[in-house]
Design a protein around this ligand. Structure first.
Ligand code: SIN
Length: 330
């Protein structure tokens, strides 16, 4: 029996329209509707029974927490309804890894949720979106993809939400998982997994997801980017503005200049959790300096700063204990 795969369209370059088919920049993201995206790939009908729904039509750099939570809500409704076997989300690439990670934290089902997008607009010569969409639907329809959480499929590769990141500004092979590699591939329609993704599902994902979507917003958790001569001036200002957590994207192994470290330590003393992440792409952030432990900073592990931010937002909002959220930093 053909699997029922529902496509939720959020916009992005996969739905981008440019005046010139040779243009790969300067287009309008999110301009092509989901029905047009589906119609452009007749092979989808062979892969699954496909339906589509337009949830947003945005350039993903502009996505807000309200739109991310709308996506979470709709995915939850569809999975709970039992009406679909899998879900594909078409999404802009700029924040795809963030939406994928948020969905993974709040995932509660064994059915696949697969995000895809494109680096070239739908109107471009050599557009990458149509094959990415087909591969994403094939993955979502695959028995092999069950119990593997939220996945990101582009350029024939399957990545976990936990590790995937956009590494190139413009290349079609932009999505990589530097600290573990792709978990699988789609080769001429055959979906193959090489390894099992590490799942970052909250134990109480369903109730936290419901609470967050009722609230419709996420707490303010800024990311500070470490650099030479950083004295952390903006850290107390963020606390005054109501920050409920802080991520510091430090240098190398999450290193923090001493003057910024003092201000972050004061934040922890005031009850604000701090994660040390890194601006480096390879390697995990480990405990490192004794002073970081004494101050109570959490070492970010393999989470990049943007995903660490989402983890803190969900943890604060969902009332998670430090032990509950820090296990995802291992
Ligand atoms: C976006 O993120 O919406 C625009 C860029 C892209 O999708 O590649």
């Amino acid at each position: 029996m053909r699997k029922k795969i529902h496509i939720l369209a959020m916009g992005g370059t996969i739905a981008g329209r440019a005046g010139d088919s040779a243009a790969t920049t300067g287009y309008q993201a999110g301009a092509v509707g989901v029905e047009e995206l589906i119609a452009a790939v007749p092979q989808l009908a062979e892969a699954a029974e496909v339906s589509g729904e337009q949830l947003a039509a945005i350039d993903s750099k502009d996505i807000t927490a309200a739109e991310q939570l709308l996506l979470v809500k709709r995915v939850r409704e569809l999975l709970l309804s039992g009406a679909v076997d899998g879900i594909v989300v078409t999404h802009g690439t700029d924040t795809m890894e963030e939406s994928a990670y948020l969905l993974d934290l709040l995932h509660f089902a064994d059915k696949p949720v697969v995000l895809t997008g494109a680096m070239r607009p739908a109107t471009a010569l050599s557009a990458d979106g149509p094959l990415n969409l087909l591969d994403a639907v094939r993955t979502a329809a695959s028995e092999e993809a069950r119990d593997r959480g939220v996945l990101v499929v582009l350029n024939n590769a399957i990545h976990s939400a936990h590790l995937v990141t956009k590494v190139s500004t413009t290349a079609v092979e932009t999505f990589q998982s530097p600290n573990g590699g792709a978990v699988g591939a789609v080769n001429d329609g055959e979906v193959v997994f090489f390894q099992s993704p590490q799942l970052h599902h909250l134990p109480n994902a369903l109730s936290v997801s419901e609470a967050l979507t009722v609230r419709g917003k996420l707490p303010y958790v800024p990311i500070f980017y470490g650099h030479s001569d950083d004295d952390g001036t903006l850290i107390p200002m963020a606390l005054e503005k109501g920050a409920k957590g802080i991520v510091y994207a430090g240098m190398g192994n999450g290193s923090i200049p001493a003057r910024a470290e003092e201000k972050l330590a004061a934040a922890v003393r005031a009850g604000i959790p701090v994660i040390r992440a890194s601006s480096s792409v390879y390697g995990m952030v480990t405990k490192a300096e004794a002073s970081y432990e004494q101050a109570g900073f959490a070492a970010g592990g393999l989470l990049n700063p943007r995903k660490a931010r989402l983890l803190l937002q969900v943890a604060v909002c969902g009332g998670l204990s430090p032990a509950e959220w820090q296990k995802f930093l291992a």
